[in-house]
Structures are given as C-alpha cells and as structure tokens.
Design a protein around this ligand. Structure first.
Ligand SMILES: [Zn+2]
Length: 669
C-alpha cells in the first residue's frame, strides 16, 4: 500500500512542479503529451485507491467524478469581473484610455450582449467536457461539474477540426424568461417557494444538490470567451476565437459586432436598450472588448478587472406586459387608489406584478383598458410604475377602465376633491378597510405603540365583532382574547396590560393616532406643541391653525373637518375624559399659574429662536400666565432673545430690563 502512496505522491509533485512552471513562470518544462500521461496515471491510481485522494491533489483541481460536491477548485486563469459604466461619458473614457496606450490608432472593438446569468468556466480535455466551476471569488470557484453536465446547450464533446488538448471555455448560464415564468407557476402549484427572477432561478438550479433537477430546469448557456493552454494555438482576435468556439459546437450568441468608432458602439448599445424587452433572456447592458488578443495581453489587468474590457450597462429598464386587472383599494383615510395588476415582469432583479395608478386622472391620461399592452418600469429603479400603453397593439377584447362612483367595499357614494385630485369614501369606521387600517394605525408604533396588538389580532377582534372603534379596545377582557385563535392565557394578559399601559402617552402621539388625513408625525408634533391641551385643540379655528408654523391650509382644513364630525369629536373626548388617555410632556408641564416664574410678567420677544417658533413661544408663555407684547417700554419685565436679535435688545439693556436667552428660558419652563 505504501508503495502506491509513494507513487501517487511522486506523480503529484511532478505535476505540481510542471503546473508551477507553466502558470507562474510561463515556462514549459515537459511536453503537453508527457503532462497528460502523468495526469492520466494519477487519475487511474486515485480511482483505484480513493482513500489516498487529498484536496490538494492536481486531479481535484482539474475536476473529475472523484471530486466532492461543490468543492472549491482553483481557476487556471483568474475569472475577473468587469469594470462597468452606465454613461456614454464613462464609456468614452475607457475608449480614450485604450487608444492612448496605442498612440491613438484605430482600435477594433468587439461588442456583445451582457447576459444577466451566472458566469462559469468549463474545461475540455481533448474535446471532452471534464470540469465546470462557478466564478467564486475569481480565483477559486465551486465545482459544479455534475450539474453543468446536465445543461443541454453545453456540449459534452466538441466536434470539428483542430480541437486543442486542453481548452477553457467561459460563458454565462441563464434561464429563458418564458421558462422562468413556467417554473414559477409550477412552484406555485406545488406550494414551493417561487424564484424572484430568472437569474436567481438559474443560480438555484445550477447549484442544486440534485443534478437531475438541474436537467429539468432547462438552463441555457452562451460562451463568451476561451483560453488555450498551449502557446502554439494563436488567434488574432477575440471575435475569431468566438467564431471558432461556435464551430466546435459551443453556443455563441449571434448578436455581436466589431466596431471601430464609438458611434457604432453607442448605436449597438441603443439598439439593444430598446430591444431588450423583446428578447427571451435578460441582458443588463453590452460588453465591449478590445478585439486584438495581442493588445489585450499588452493592456493586461488591474487589481480586479481586465483593462481591455468594459460593461456598458443599461441605465433603467422597461418591460412590456399585459394588464390583467385594475382594482380599487380603499385606504385608511378613505382615499380610493387604483392598482394595476399585470402579467409578472422581471425588472432589475425583481419580479413585479402590480403598480399603483395613483388617481383617476392617471387612468384618464393613460386611456387604460384591461388587456392592454403596458410599459412597466421601476421609477428611480425602485417603485414599480406603469409608464404608458402600447396603443398600437390594443386587443379587440380590451375594455375601458371606469372609475367607480360607489365605494367598492361599503358602497357609499364616493366624493371627489378636485383640488387634491382625490376621490374618497367618507364612511370612516363603518367602511371595513378604513376601520381595519385606522385601528391598526391607532395602536401602531408611532401612535399609541401597543406592540402586542398586531394587524392579525386586530383583524380577528373586528371579525368577532369585539371592536369597532379605538374605545372598544379599552373594554376588552382577557377572556375576549382567549376566544381568538392562537392566543393563550399568557398572551391575552400581556395584550390587555399593554392596552392599559398605552393610556399614558404624549399629545403628539394621540393626535397622530387619530389618523386625520395629511396629519403625519411632524404636523402632529407642531399641533401638540402649540395647543398643549385637548380643549384648546377642540376649540380652535382655521386662522389659528394656519398660523402654526408648518401647518398649511390642507392640514388645517382636514383637522377642522375631522373635529366637525360629531362621532369623531365624541370619540376623542371620550378617549381622554372617560378612558383616561393622558399625556405628561415634561417640556410643557404647566405649573399652576401663581407659582410660575412668568406669571403676570410683561414679556417681549426678539431674534430667531432655535427650539420653538415665535408663535409657539408666545403660546407657551401665555399658558404660563405671562403677557406677551411686541414693543419694549418702561413697564416691560423681561426680554427673551434668540439669535440675530435686533434693536429691542439694546433698548431693553438701556432700560435695565431683565434679559433671558432662549437656553435660560428652556430651563425655566
Ligand atoms: Zn367605503
């Protein structure tokens, strides 16, 4: 046995020495035939004596059936990524740099489509497929030999003349968009998790633990480059190499051209930017390579990428798909939002099947019909947007979309606010979706913050008829909660406790919790700071509201409208006076009048204040019992000054009036 082990060790050392000279020192110390002979011997010995296989054996790196699943293997030539640009300017800089290296002569460039797939490397020995690996970190990838073998478009045997002894093929494994959609449909039927995009599906299928699954998944392959191990094989250009690969039976995408001018490159880029949605596979740009192999070698590589190639990527993508339906959703505040549902499309890494249409005028602008072909994009590359309708393709069975006149849920007549371009169901808490969303909002994190009351529990409580408005929650018992599904004793007590605890809150949170249209966190804070007590808010008017810094006409009107509805008003009062919701914002803790520092003082303000607006300060001081005046006179008690104060400051100083800075003021209130 030891003699076999010795034999194996000796062979390995020889082969590794050869490889070291070949790859590191660029020297051939034995002929290719001798190398092959040594490697064959090692293969055979290891096959018969599997216990002697070690991960560092050369056979592990050239790949064989002996290798473990997805074991790391080292690439013969590093698989580098490409530099990329999204702009013509970025591309021109690349071209300029290249030309400068060769005294500004005309350089032939090869343009190919940049397929959005998984880069792999395949080794052919004497024309036979022997190993495949993923890119990995560029130096070491995963052995995917048995999976790649299952991809029908990858030939297991090359055909034709002059097949090299060893050849490395580089290319992209991908899934057709149509196959991707079919696969996801099947996943849905089988209740399996679906894939978010073709690239993701291709990656999952290629690295599947079971190669027969890889076979079923209909993966495709396009070759986009190759390396020859023997120095004797010489091709002048990258283009010729690809044509040769094609002749040997490797699939090469035919959409490639040779260019001399940037105009031609840009034309190719523009052409496929427009055509990309018509292709059945995803591309995310084009790849431009210096055609001459000699020039490629002279340009070499920098740390991460070759200097002779660039990925010229498409900026944003649009897809055409078919509109299946438009549904009208009722929001928390009753706003009706049309939502378009279409055949799923895959854009910049995500599957999209719906997009908001915002309002009625958007539907009119688009002249939208069901079954229309529509252009979808992701605006800012994030939010799905229905851009336009391809009206030339309008189908005979297309039906025009009509905005409803009644609420799709509670059938209340909808009212239109032309100024805000909003159509609303005013049924409030009697309209089911509004009730659901309002109650969730009332107890949400930024409102009364009852964490244990999630949408699931709230929905079940509504279904059981236990709650119709926020007040009902405070009368719930733990028995009510136990009646719901999936809630035990412990959880029910926890929920009741946290509902009781949320009574102590802030005025800002309380206002926000009411969910009045357009009254978000910031507006709630401004209003809370201004009014301090609920009674003041209940008795306000439009001009006072509009006076608050940061509160506009729309917010002011919405607050008044909300409070003018009797049931809202009664609910708000009941929540505070009967249920006992209270706030104790220390910044505005109002001491009883006679004890405050400012009680009965005559005060004037000057300058710009950082923490409060002037109106807010006036209100706070008035609440503390002070009288605020606009001009300084002998009777003035205090001047409160902010930054950039004016002549009032000096006048007060000359009259020996007490001066208080904003900082001091804060410590006093
Ligand atoms: Zn409704």
């Amino acid at each position: 046995m030891t003699s076999i082990k010795n034999k194996i060790d000796k062979l390995r050392k020889k082969i590794l020495r050869y490889e070291y000279f070949y790859h590191q020192l660029d020297k051939s110390i034995i002929s290719d035939a001798e190398y092959d002979y040594l490697l064959d011997q090692l293969y055979n010995l290891e096959l018969d004596n599997k216990e002697f296989i070690t991960p560092d054996s050369p056979t592990q790196r050239v790949g064989s059936n002996l290798t473990n699943k997805f074991k790391k293997i080292t690439h013969f030539f590093p698989m580098l990524s490409l530099d990329n640009t999204f702009t013509l300017k970025g591309y021109l800089e690349f071209e300029k740099r290249i030309k400068k290296s060769f005294n500004n002569i005309l350089i032939s460039l090869c343009c190919e489509l940049k397929i959005d797939g998984i880069a792999i490397s395949i080794i052919y020995e004497k024309g036979i497929f022997v190993r495949a690996a993923t890119r990995g970190d560029g130096y070491q990838g995963e052995n995917i030999t048995s999976n790649a073998r299952m991809i029908k478009s990858i030939p297991l045997k090359l055909t034709g003349l002059d097949i090299p002894k060893r050849l490395e093929v580089r290319g992209e494994v991908f899934m057709l968009k149509s196959d991707f959609l079919t696969l996801n449909k099947q996943c849905k039927i089988k209740n399996n998790k679906s894939f978010s995009n073709p690239r993701n599906a291709a990656a999952g299928s290629l690295r599947h633990i079971d190669p027969t699954i890889t076979a079923e998944r209909k993966l495709m392959f396009f070759c986009h480059g190759c390396y020859f191990f023997s120095k004797k094989i010489k091709f002048t250009t990258h283009y010729e190499q690809l044509i040769q690969c094609h002749t040997w039976g490797l699939p090469v995408n035919q959409d490639m051209i040779n260019c001399l001018q940037y105009e031609e490159v840009f034309h190719f880029y523009k052409e496929f930017e427009q055509k990309r949605h018509l292709l059945d596979f995803d591309i995310d740009g084009i790849v431009v390579k210096v055609n001459s192999i000699d020039f490629q070698n002279k340009l070499g590589v920098h740390t991460k990428a070759p200097r002779w190639a660039i990925a010229f990527k498409f900026f944003s993508s649009e897809r055409i798909t078919r509109l299946n339906d438009v549904k009208f959703q009722v929001g928390r505040t009753g706003i009706i939002t049309p939502v378009a549902y279409f055949e799923p499309v895959y854009i910049s890494g995500v599957t999209i099947k719906q997009a908001s249409l915002h309002n009625k005028s958007e539907i009119e602008r688009l002249d939208l019909h069901i079954n229309d072909h529509v252009v979808i994009c992701r605006s800012g590359d994030v939010i799905p947007k229905l851009l336009s309708v391809v009206s030339d393709y309008r189908e005979k069975n297309a039906t025009k979309i009509i905005f409803p006149t009644l609420c799709p849920v509670c059938h209340t007549k909808l009212l239109e606010n032309k100024e805000e371009k909003i159509i609303r169901c005013h049924a409030g808490l009697t309209c089911d979706p509004q009730k659901r969303k309002s109650l969730c909002h009332f107890f949400s994190k930024k409102a009364l913050n009852v964490r244990s009351l999630g949408p699931k529990i709230i929905n079940s409580l509504i279904k059981k008829g236990y709650v119709n408005n926020p007040i009902d929650f405070f009368y719930l018992t733990s028995n009510d909660l136990i009646n719901l599904r999936n809630i035990g004793d412990k959880k029910s007590i926890e929920v009741i406790d946290s509902i009781n605890q949320c009574k102590k809150t802030t005025f800002k949170r309380f206002i926000y919790a009411l969910g009045i249209s357009n009254v978000g966190e910031i507006a709630s804070e401004k209003i809370a700071n201004y009014f301090i007590t609920l009674d003041q808010l209940l008795n306000t008017n439009i001009s006072e509201l509009k006076n608050i810094h940061g509160v506009g006409k729309i917010v002011a009107t919405n607050i008044l409208n909300y409070l003018s509805i009797t049931c809202n008003r009664e609910m708000v009062i009941k929540l505070v006076k009967k249920i006992g919701i209270f706030w104790n914002d220390t910044r505005f803790l109002i001491k009883s009048y006679k004890k405050t520092y400012f009680f009965d003082k005559r005060i004037v303000l000057t300058g710009v204040f950082t923490f409060y607006s002037r109106i807010e300060l006036k209100k706070i001081l008035t609440n503390l019992g002070a009288k605020v005046f606009s001009t300084i006179c002998k009777n003035t008690d205090i001047l409160i000054y902010g930054k950039k104060f004016g002549s009032k400051f000096f006048k007060a100083k000359s009259l020996n009036i007490k001066l208080i800075s904003e900082k001091e003021l804060i410590s006093l209130i």
